[in-house]
Write a new protein. Structure first.
Length: 104
């Protein structure tokens, strides 16, 4: 059968972190978003920072890596902020779930 395949292909892909330059691998789908090109260590570090410190850190790291595009930087910062919010929500749900199980 010929035609368009709408399946998603997952593969282990190699990246160099956009922020620290460290080489790492990650299982990703065919559509690779630039946040997936940030290593877990950098993401953990960013999630510990407040919004202003996060913006400053990302700006400094991108400048060190020779990335000057403001649109790229702003898009990356927005995506990192969304991920941080999602992580906080998941952490809250995990905590509430654990408390509920202890009460039962």
């Amino acid at each position: 059968m010929t035609g368009l395949s709408l399946g998603i292909c997952m593969a282990n892909r190699e990246f160099d972190c956009l922020l620290c330059g460290r080489h790492f691998s990650r299982l990703t789908a065919d559509a690779i978003f630039f946040v997936e090109q940030i290593c877990d260590e950098c993401l953990e570090e960013l999630w510990q920072l407040n919004e202003e410190a996060r913006q400053e850190h990302v700006s400094q790291q991108l400048t060190k890596r020779g990335i000057q595009d403001e649109g790229f930087k702003n898009g990356l910062l927005e995506a990192i902020s969304r991920m941080a919010e999602q992580k906080q929500s998941l952490d809250t749900l995990t905590k509430l779930s654990g408390e509920r199980k202890r009460q039962e």
